[in-house]
Design a protein around this ligand. Structure first.
Ligand code: HEM
Length: 548
């Protein structure tokens, strides 16, 4: 009689063969080829757990495919490597869409009323659906202009005041990430919510951060009452504070962006409580990435004395004046337009550290991408930033290095270096291109400039060596496109200004002109491509009509 081991081995072999056959039979020849199928349906998950954010580059290097399929137990995932396929995905935003994913994440994460959940889920890609009307409502408030200027003014005031206060302490020691997080949360939310900013209560900030750590489980809706009970309690506390803020009419003193959001909610029939819940989601979008980018820019500036000196020199060459009362005035226009090395360093931070895999789309109908690759309804598309941001054919042979001068004009020709804008993924692209990028650029630059001018920073451990390991990062998160440092660490702040009481402020002339980034080029490039595609479609329709 056969041993139990032998029987188990045969059963396992049969299951294995059946699963392999299932993949083969259900993978259409026109679909992108399936890879990581040796352990059917599980190999992609095992590789992700082992390799974390490095998985996307590993698979690209191993198979060298423009696009491929990962078969997982829950869904097919199509992963895009070829840069030229990205605009093709973005052009099909009614069929390859982000909003249905956003709708489900919001339903789970925010638990609004049934009526609002229904509103979110109804026709999420339609012109009159929640998401497209939301984009139209908020974009103008965040575009260069008076609304953005007001936000910028409050944001720089908050940062300048806080750093002056910090200078009054003698050589304070802080955990760097925590400190940056606090500074950016306060500056961003002051700008957003005005004088009655709920985050001014330290309890709100503390509990908000507790909520934040449970977001991945909450947004998946994976047994939150068992796995993330603390997160749910934290969310309800923050919601209650936003609700008070609305009930007491404090939102009237908030930013134009907040007004646009609130007004849009009212028009879509949201109750005040739903609006308060919506603010929890909005706060994630406006805070999380700016915190991470601000941490990384300080890390790269202070860990490289050469870059630090170059940037300080640029800032000091005409960027600072003195008021009659002795206040030092930093001119934000000077930072934005006359400090090319600092601006280039920021863009390199975006490229080098902004390699989360946030850009995700849902396939709503079977679709032939670029007329070649069959994408099946129900699948997910991922466009990993890391693949694009580390492609040597786009960025050159030094792609794996942090080159803070990468974005400066070519020293030989004096001309701006041309990179494919579709390969710069940090602010997304297409219909969901981040409308907050101008505010974020201003905030990160102002924060970095004020910090490097006033302080020297030195890590307490490692003999003052700067180290931030990211190996354990999955590079995936809700509203997080940056790799996160594994551990926070203590740094000591030394004031560079003798007079501890000397005040600093930032002068703003207005934001009509924005910092130039590749994301803006991409917007222009995509608009031109859309116009070309529309013209071609019109021409085809005209020819068809004539031939009838
Ligand atoms: C470095 C900082 C930031 C980064 C890297 C960033 C990145 C992004 C990305 C990648 C998306 C698109 C998501 C997708 O297509 O899948 C997005 C959307 C958005 N971002 Fe940002 N963002 C930043 C800061 C901000 C700030 C400061 C604000 C507001 C003041 C903001 C407001 C928004 C809004 C309103 C959306 C649209 C969300 C939606 O479609 O519902 N972002 N951002």
């Amino acid at each position: 009689m056969a041993s139990p081991f032998a029987i188990a081995a045969v059963v396992l072999a049969l299951i294995y063969l059946a699963l392999r056959a299932l993949i083969n039979f259900t993978q259409h020849p026109d679909e992108p080829p399936a890879v990581l199928t040796s352990i059917p349906f599980l190999e992609p998950i095992i590789c992700l757990l082992q390799r974390r954010y490095k998985i996307w580059q590993d698979v690209k290097n191993k198979f060298n495919l423009p696009i491929y399929t990962l078969r997982t137990p829950l869904a097919r995932i199509y992963v895009v490597n070829d840069t030229s396929l990205i605009p093709a995905v973005e052009r099909q935003n009614k069929v390859l869409a982000f909003s249905p994913i956003e709708a489900e994440a919001m339903v789970h994460l925010l638990e609004m009323s049934d009526k609002t959940n229904q509103t979110l889920r109804t026709n999420p890609t339609g012109e009159d659906g929640h998401f497209i009307t939301y984009h139209h409502a908020v974009r103008p408030a965040l575009a260069p202009g008076p609304g953005l200027d007001d936000m910028n003014r409050i944001m720089v005031d908050t940062i300048a005041t806080s750093l002056t206060n910090l200078r009054q302490q003698s050589s304070p020691v802080v955990k760097l990430f925590d400190w940056v997080q606090h500074e950016i949360i306060m500056a961003t939310t002051d700008a957003e919510f005005g004088p009655y900013n709920p985050f001014r209560d330290p309890e709100v900030e503390r509990i908000w951060l507790k909520f934040e750590s449970h977001v991945p489980i909450l947004s998946l809706g994976a047994f939150p009452r068992v796995l993330a009970r603390e997160g749910l309690e934290a969310r309800e506390f923050v919601v209650s504070r936003f609700l008070q803020y609305f009930q007491q009419g404090h939102y009237r003193l908030g930013s134009s962006f907040l007004h646009a959001r609130f007004q849009h909610g009212q028009e879509r029939g949201l109750t005040l409580e739903d609006a308060a819940r919506g603010e929890v989601g909005a706060a994630m979008a406006i805070i999380n990435n700016t915190v991470a980018a601000s941490f990384w820019i300080l890390f790269h500036l202070f860990s490289n004395p050469g870059i630090l000196e170059e940037c300080r020199r640029e800032l000091q060459a005409g960027g600072i004046s003195t008021d009659e009362d002795g206040t030092q005035v930093l001119d934000l226009d000077h930072v934005k337009f006359n400090c090319p090395v600092l601006v280039s360093t920021l863009q390199e931070v975006f490229r080098y550290r902004g390699i989360g895999t946030l850009i995700i789309r849902s396939v709503l109908e079977d679709h032939k991408l670029s007329g070649r690759y069959l994408l099946k309804k129900g699948a997910i598309i991922l466009m990993p930033n890391s693949v694009q941001h580390f492609d040597p054919s786009i960025w050159g042979a030094d792609v794996n290095e942090f080159n803070h001068r990468r974005w400066l004009p070519d020293p030989k020709t004096g001309k701006r270096r041309r990179y494919n804008p579709s390969a710069f993924r940090i602010f997304g692209s297409g219909s969901t291109l981040c409308p907050g990028r101008h505010f974020a650029n201003n905030e990160i630059l102002a924060f970095a400039a004020l910090t490097i001018l006033q302080f020297d920073l030195r890590p307490k451990a490692n003999n003052g060596r700067w180290e931030a390991n990211t190996n354990r990062s999955f590079g995936m998160g809700v509203a997080r496109v940056f790799l996160m440092p594994e551990k926070d660490f203590d740094v000591e702040f030394f004031s560079r200004i003798q007079d501890r009481n000397q005040r600093w402020r930032v002068h703003l002339t207005g934001s009509k002109k924005a910092v130039h980034t590749l994301a803006d080029e991409m917007e222009a490039h995509e608009k031109a491509m859309h116009a070309k595609a529309d013209a071609e479609a019109e021409e085809k329709a005209r020819v068809r009509k004539l031939s009838v």
